[in-house]
Ligand binder design. Structure first.
Ligand code: ARG
Length: 277
């Protein structure tokens, strides 16, 4: 009996030391992959040869899906910016199309290197991520059905209305906090908001002006309410990177400033409007 017990103990000991060895070797493996730099840092991105960009491609002219040459493609202003950044860094670009409200989480976990999604920096988001300088100054407006043109002409007319907004956006926050008795319908994508508007499930939608205009150009029955401008408390849109990733933020600011001074940003914005209409 004693012999059996000690044999069992020996077996257990051998097995458990094998297990420890396995775990240890796994740790050294992943450690050696990014021994010096985190993959999402400037050096890390160069080392892996790839820039992983997160976006929510439902937001023309910033990012949207189009069918071109028989293929589904993501195009737009933000995509041109991302391509240019990847070129400047000498790496490939990989685009991950996600729900807007999951983007900042993707930076924290290291799944994404950058987020370019027409995103407005604000104090809440700045706790979660680094932001570059503003690359586009945005205004916000209201999208409605043309037949409601006489019913919705001022911001006060939104009181008590059902308002479509994208989940996790500054527009959602505005509708919830600033419009009296609003019936806020938070939806996953702007394309879905437009569908709900066209089928009269909602009365209006709050969107970035350029985005509202783009949807109005695409859909004859829709229009932007010219006289309503909404101040959502942010000056424009910026690129987000992982919190504390200062070197990359600085590099992106240099690239943006250079593109701005060469007139490239303006050029890409015009092109994106043409392409997405
Ligand atoms: N500008 C708004 C925000 O930052 C909405 C952006 C939505 N972007 C998108 N790609 N769907 O919250």
């Amino acid at each position: 009996m004693k012999k059996k017990v000690s044999l069992l103990m020996v077996i257990i000991l051998v097995l458990s030391s094998l297990l420890v060895a396995c775990v240890e070797s796994k740790e050294t493996d992943s450690g050696s992959e990014n021994s010096e730099f985190e993959s999402y840092s400037l050096e890390g991105i160069k080392n892996k040869g790839k820039l992983v960009m997160g976006t929510s491609a439902d937001y023309p002219p910033f990012e949207t899906h189009i069918m071109a040459e028989g293929k589904d493609q993501i195009v737009g202003f933000d995509i041109e910016i991302a391509k240019h950044i990847a070129d400047e860094l000498g790496v490939e670009l990989e685009i991950k199309d996600m729900d807007f409200d999951k983007l900042l989480g993707g930076l924290s976990t290291g799944m994404l290197d950058i987020v370019i999604a027409g995103m407005n920096p604000n104090s809440e988001r700045e706790k979660e991520a680094n932001f570059t300088d503003i690359y586009y100054e945005a205004n916000h407006s209201v999208l409605i059905n043309k037949e409601d043109a006489s019913k919705i002409t001022t911001l006060e007319d939104l009181n008590g209305k059902s308002i479509g907004v994208q989940i996790g956006t500054t527009q959602e926050k505005f509708a919830q906090e600033k419009i009296e008795d609003a019936d806020v319908k938070s939806l996953d994508a702007n394309t879905n908001i437009v569908m709900n508007l066209k089928t009269k499930k909602i009365d209006c939608a709050i969107m970035e002006l350029a985005v509202a205009e783009s949807f109005a150009n695409e859909n004859d029955e829709l229009m932007v309410v010219e006289d309503i401008t909404i101040d959502i408390g942010s000056e424009g849109v910026a690129i987000a990177v992982k919190k504390g990733n200062d070197e990359l933020t600085e590099k992106l600011n240099e690239i943006l400033a250079d593109a701005q001074s060469k007139g490239l940003l303006d050029e890409w914005f015009v092109e994106a409007n043409e392409l997405t209409d």
